[in-house]
Design a binder for this molecule. Structure first.
Ligand SMILES: NC(=O)C1=CN([C@@H]2O[C@H](COP(=O)(O)OP(=O)(O)OC[C@H]3O[C@@H](n4cnc5c(N)ncnc54)[C@H](O)[C@@H]3O)[C@@H](O)[C@H]2O)C=CC1
Ligand SMILES: [Mg+2]
Ligand SMILES: [Zn+2]
Length: 276
């Protein structure tokens, strides 16, 4: 099956195509969704910070208008990326997730981090360039480990104070310079719950555009220690039996996938598929 959405660096001097508009309030949308005829969108009173050609959807070019601020557009409203993930078409969520990452990067790389001068877009490449420094800045991706720790029929889940009330999830954390994925996983688990793990196995990855994580998903077995929650980061952590689980993360997340795979294996059910 060919993908409906492919990323590409498009020339913004070419007319036509679709466009999405993104502001600090999220994406602009109306009854037809978040993609608008680009020429129409550019005639609206929007405070455009920068424009990027981001790819093709069903063969049609798609552009991003990254805005300074949200403004009133007749018949339209603004909505965050998470809402599109939860209730939208998965392909549209992929388009918007990519647009959000390019928008965040474009917004944060208008000026050179070395000398402070304005940077320019490199033609045909997703990079911003400072000529005096001969420096290129590419979109940032932050590798993050996410792990389901298990002990027979029990799985370790935790709550961050940022989660929706009642929801428990797998442990996760950002890689630091100098670490392998496994080093990071072991450190994060120690920091967050003071547990030791063994038999670390990679299960799959997922782009998590909030704002630029690349989630690497693992399964690990309990090897020792008692749960001690990290202050401020972990509100509660517990062993839950696979037959008696708390409210879990959203179904398209890799956190949910890691849990569902293990539960399916324990109960002898068909394994779920990780959404790309
Ligand atoms: N897709 C999924 O199913 C899930 C995704 N996640 C994501 O995993 C990522 C990591 O999880 P957390 O527990 O929040 O991380 P964490 O355990 O490393 O703690 C967050 C702290 O890391 C620091 N930090 C923030 N951004 C960073 C970066 N780019 N590089 C290094 N350190 C940074 C900050 O001090 C922040 O308070 C987050 O983006 C989170 O949204 C987390 C759980 C589920
Ligand atoms: Mg964490
Ligand atoms: Zn510079």
């Amino acid at each position: 099956m060919t993908s409906r959405w492919t990323t590409a660096v498009l020339d913004t001097d070419q007319p036509g195509g679709w466009a999405v508009a993104r502001s600090p309030e999220g994406f602009l949308f109306d009854d037809n969704g978040a993609l608008f005829p680009r020429e129409w969108l550019k005639r609206q009173d929007l405070s455009v910070l920068t424009e990027h050609g981001i790819g093709h959807l069903d063969g049609e070019p798609v552009y991003l208008l990254e805005l300074r601020s949200a403004s009133e557009v007749m018949g339209c409203s603004w909505k965050g990326l998470r809402a599109f993930m939860l209730d939208g078409d998965h392909t549209i969520y992929k388009v918007l997730g990519y647009a959000a990452q390019i928008g965040t990067w474009a917004r944060e790389h208008r000026f050179c981090g070395n000398c402070g001068q304005a940077m320019t877009q490199v033609p045909r490449e997703r990079a911003m360039y400072c000529r005096p420094c001969d420096l290129r800045s590419y979109p940032r991706i932050s590798p993050s480990m996410i792990v389901l720790i298990t002990r027979g029929d029990e799985i370790l889940l935790a709550r961050s104070p940022r989660f929706v009330t009642g929801v428990y999830s797998t442990l996760a954390g950002f890689a630091e310079p100098g670490e392998s994925a496994e080093d990071c996983l072991i450190r994060e688990v120690r920091e967050e719950v003071q547990i030791e793990v063994k038999n670390i196995q990679y299960l799959g990855s997922q782009c998590w555009p909030f704002p630029h994580s690349m989630m690497l998903g693992f399964h690990a077995e309990y090897a020792g220690g008692e749960i001690v929650c990290q202050e401020d980061e972990i509100e509660d952590a517990q062993w839950f039996n696979v037959h008696d689980l708390p409210p879990l993360p959203a179904s398209k997340s890799i956190a949910r996938y890691l849990i569902d795979v293990y539960v399916a294996r324990r109960l002898g059910h068909a394994e779920p598929v990780l959404p790309g």
